[in-house]
Design a protein around this ligand. Structure first.
Ligand code: AGP
Length: 611
C-alpha cells in the first residue's frame, strides 16, 4: 500500500505535500517522490524515506502551487530511485503517482513497446502513464478524456493522480479498489489516500468511489465515472481532530496508541451499553434484528490482528449468543469457493477498511447472497461502503503499523455484538446482562490499572530482548491473545514468535523447550486455570523460561514462573481486553531495545491494499 498526496490552490504546494507524506508514511516507506509545476513539470524522487527525499531537494527551490507526492510500499519493481514514483511519460509531458496494482500491465506494455515506447522502470505504474500519453497522441483528446479511455483498458486496482505540463492548472485523480479522498478547501483542493494529510486544512471531504475520475481545476471540481457519466459528489464533514495525528509527547505512535486504550475502549462503548437496564444498543445493525435473531451461522473474515480479534469473537458469540461462528483468513476464504448461502451472516473485521483480501472475501460473500457486516475503524473506508450494515470501532486514527488500540476496540465491538444477539435471542437473562455490562463498563478503568505494569514489563523486556524465538500460550479466548502477542513481537522486533493453544504444546512445540526459549503464558484465574498451570509445570520441568500473565494476587503461578505480570481480576469474557496490554508493551519495549523502527517496521505497511 502506498501514500498519495496532491494539492492545487493558492499556497506553496511543497510544504503541504511533504507534511502530508510524513502523515502517510505508515502506509509505505521504501521510497518517495514529488512532482511540482512551476514554469514546467519538475519531478524529484528517490529510494528511502520521506526525510531522504527532503534531504535530496534541500538545495532546490521547490516552488509552485500545484503538485503531488508519493511514499511507496513496493509491489512491482524493487525499491530503487528509478522505481520510485512519480513516473513520467516518454515525452515527459505527463507524470503519475499510483497506489494499487495494474494486473494487465504486461499486455499493455507489450503493445506500447511495439509502438516504440521506452520504459525506465520495472513498474506497472509507468505503463499506465505511457498508455495515457499514447491515447493523447493518437486521438488528440485532452487529458481527462485520455485518462478515462486508458482506465477503461486497465484491469486491477488503482488510486492515481496525474499532472500534465500542457494543463498546469489541473490534477486528475481516479480510483478503483484503492482509497482516494478529496479535501475541499476555500479556493484550494487536496487529494490523499486518506484524510490524515487533509484534516488540518479542511474538514470537508469527498470519498471518491470506484471507477470515478476527478478533474480538479483551480476553481472547478468535476467528477465523472469512467463510463463518462457525471457524478454528484457528497461532501462529508470529518470528525477527526489534528491532535489525534500527533504523537502527543510519546516516543512512538504505537506507545501513544497503547496508552489511548482506556479512552478508545470507552469511546467504542459510548452510547451502546446501558448497564443498569442490562441493555446493548447497536444502531449500525439495528435494521437486522430479525436476521440476528434467526441466523444459524456467522462467518468472520479478516487478516492479521483483525483475524485474532475474530477468534476472540468466536468464543464470545458462541458462549453468550449460542450462534455457530467460523473464523476465516480472508485470503484463504476468497479463493476456496466456500459454501455460503443467503442464510449466512458474514462479518469483515478491518481497522483500515481497505485490506484487499478482506474486501474481496466480503464481495464474494455478497455475490453468494450472504448478509455482510463490517467492523471497521475508518469511517467512509471501502469496506463500510459495501457492507449492508456494521459497527465502527471509534478507536481514532491508528498510525502505528502494529495494531494495538484497534484490536481491543474490535474485541470490544465483538463483545457488544455477542451480548446484543444474546439479548435478541434471550440466551442471557436480563440480570446476567446487568452484571456483565456493569463489569464491561469498568474495563477502561481496569485497562488504566493494567498499564501500570509498564515499568515491570520493560524490565522483563531487557532480559529477553536478545532471544531468537519465543512461544506464547493460552487457552480459550486467551489463545487468540497468545497469537496476537506473538504477532506483535515478530512484526516489530523481528524475533520469531509463535502463539499456540496451551494444550497443543504436547503435540509438537514442547520439543522446542530449552533454556534459551522464553515461554509466555496467559494464566489468569478462569475456567482453564488448572490446566494452564499443568502446562506451566511441563515447561518448567524441561528448563524453559516461563513468563506468566496472571490475575492480581495469584501466588500459585507466581511460585512457578520466573516472572509474572499481574492484571486486574475480571470476568473471563473480558480477559482478552486486559491480557493483551502487557503483551503489546512487551513487544514494544523489546523492539525499542533492539533499535527497530517501531512505527514503520521493515517490509510492512499499515494496510495491505494489494493481494
Ligand atoms: C497487525 O499489527 C498488522 N498491522 C496486520 O496484521 C493487520 O492487522 C492486518 O494487515 C489487517 O489490517 P486491517 O485490520 O486494516 O484489515
Amino acid at each position: 500500500m502506498c501514500g498519495i498526496v496532491g494539492y492545487i490552490g493558492y499556497r506553496d504546494a511543497y510544504p503541504i505535500i511533504i507534511k502530508g507524506l510524513h502523515r502517510l508514511e505508515y502506509r509505505g516507506y521504501d521510497s518517495a517522490g514529488i512532482a511540482l509545476f512551476d514554469k514546467g513539470l519538475k519531478v524529484y524522487k528517490k529510494a528511502g524515506k520521506v526525510r531522504d527525499l527532503e534531504n535530496f531537494v534541500k538545495d532546490i527551490k521547490m516552488t509552485g502551487t500545484i503538485g503531488m507526492g508519493h511514499t511507496r510500499w513496493a509491489t512491482h519493481g524493487a525499491p530503487s530511485d528509478r522505481n520510485s514514483h512519480p513516473h513520467s511519460s516518454g515525452n515527459r509531458r505527463l507524470t503519475i503517482i499510483h497506489n494499487g496494482i495494474i494486473e494487465n500491465y504486461s499486455v499493455i506494455k507489450e503493445t506500447l513497446l511495439a509502438k516504440g515506447h521506452v520504459f525506465k522502470s520495472d513498474t506497472d505504474t509507468e505503463v499506465l502513464i505511457h498508455l495515457v500519453e499514447d491515447i493523447e497522441q493518437e486521438t488528440g483528446l485532452g487529458l481527462l478524456e485520455a485518462v478515462r479511455i486508458a482506465l477503461n483498458k486497465v484491469i486491477g486496482a488503482y488510486a492515481i493522480v496525474i499532472m500534465s505540463a500542457d494543463e498546469p492548472d489541473v490534477l486528475i485523480a481516479a480510483r478503483k479498489g484503492s482509497p482516494m479522498v478529496i479535501g475541499v478547501g476555500k479556493d484550494e483542493y487536496f487529494v490523499a489516500s486518506d484524510a490524515t494529510p487533509i484534516v488540518e486544512y479542511t474538514k470537508n471531504v469527498i470519498y471518491l468511489n470506484d471507477n470515478e475520475i476527478a478533474y480538479i481545476h483551480r476553481n472547478e471540481l468535476l467528477i465523472k465515472n469512467i463510463d463518462n457519466t457525471i457524478q454528484t459528489p457528497y461532501i462529508y464533514e470529518l470528525d477527526m481532530k489534528l491532535e489525534m495525528l500527533e504523537k502527543g509527547g510519546y516516543e512512538h505512535f504505537m506507545l501513544k496508541e497503547i496508552y489511548e486504550q482506556p479512552r478508545s475502549i470507552r469511546d467504542c462503548m459510548r452510547g451502546r451499553i446501558y448497564p443498569e437496564q442490562g441493555k446493548v444498543q447497536l444502531g449500525g445493525i439495528k435494521e437486522y434484528k430479525e436476521k440476528l435473531k434467526n441466523v444459524d451461522r456467522i462467518i468472520i473474515v479478516a487478516c492479521g490482528t483483525s483475524w485474532h480479534a475474530g477468534l476472540v469473537g468466536e468464543y464470545l458469540i458462541e458462549e453468550y449468543a449460542r450462534v455457530s461462528v467460523e473464523v476465516e483468513y480472508a485470503s484463504e476464504f476468497r479463493y476456496r469457493n466456500p459454501i455460503i448461502t443467503e442464510k449466512d451472516l458474514v462479518i469483515a473485521i478491518s481497522q483500515s477498511g481497505e485490506t484487499a483480501d478482506t474486501m474481496a472475501a466480503l464481495e464474494l460473500a455478497k455475490e453468494k447472497g450472504a448478509t455482510i457486516f463490517g467492523i471497521c475503524n475508518v469511517v467512509g473506508a471501502s469496506i463500510p461502503r459495501i457492507t449492508d450494515a456494521g459497527v465502527y470501532t471509534h478507536a481514532g486514527p491508528e498510525i502505528g503499523v502494529a495494531s494495538t488500540k484497534a484490536f481491543t476496540a474490535q474485541v470490544t465491538v465483538l463483545t457488544l455484538i455477542a451480548f446484543y444477539i444474546a439479548q435478541l435471542r434471550g440466551t442471557i437473562t436480563q440480570s446476567k446482562l446487568v452484571e456483565y455490562l456493569t463489569e464491561l463498563n469498568e474495563i477502561p478503568t481496569l485497562v488504566e490499572r493494567t498499564l501500570e505494569c509498564n515499568d515491570h514489563v520493560k524490565h522483563i523486556a531487557a532480559l529477553f530482548k536478545d532471544s531468537n524465538n519465543c512461544l506464547f500460550l493460552g487457552r480459550g479466548s486467551s489463545f487468540p491473545v497468545a497469537l496476537e502477542g506473538a504477532l506483535k513481537l515478530k512484526e516489530i522486533s523481528y524475533i520469531h514468535a509463535e502463539g499456540y493453544p496451551a494444550a497443543e504444546m504436547k503435540h509438537g512445540p514442547i520439543a522446542l523447550i530449552d533454556d534459551e526459549l522464553p515461554v509466555i503464558f496467559i494464566a489468569t484465574k478462569n475456567s482453564s486455570y488448572e490446566k494452564v498451570v499443568s502446562n506451566i509445570q511441563e515447561v518448567k520441568a524441561r528448563g524453559g523460561h516461563v513468563i506468566a500473565i496472571v490475575s492480581e494476587g495469584d501466588v500459585d503461578v507466581k511460585n512457578m514462573a520466573e516472572y509474572v505480570i499481574e492484571i486486574p481480576q475480571t470476568n473471563e469474557a473480558f480477559v482478552p481486553l486486559l491480557a493483551t496490554i502487557p503483551l503489546q508493551l512487551l513487544a514494544y519495549h523489546i523492539a525499542v531495545m533492539r533499535g527497530c523502527n517501531v512505527d514503520q517496521p521493515r517490509n510492512l505497511a499499515k494496510s495491505v491494499t494489494v493481494e
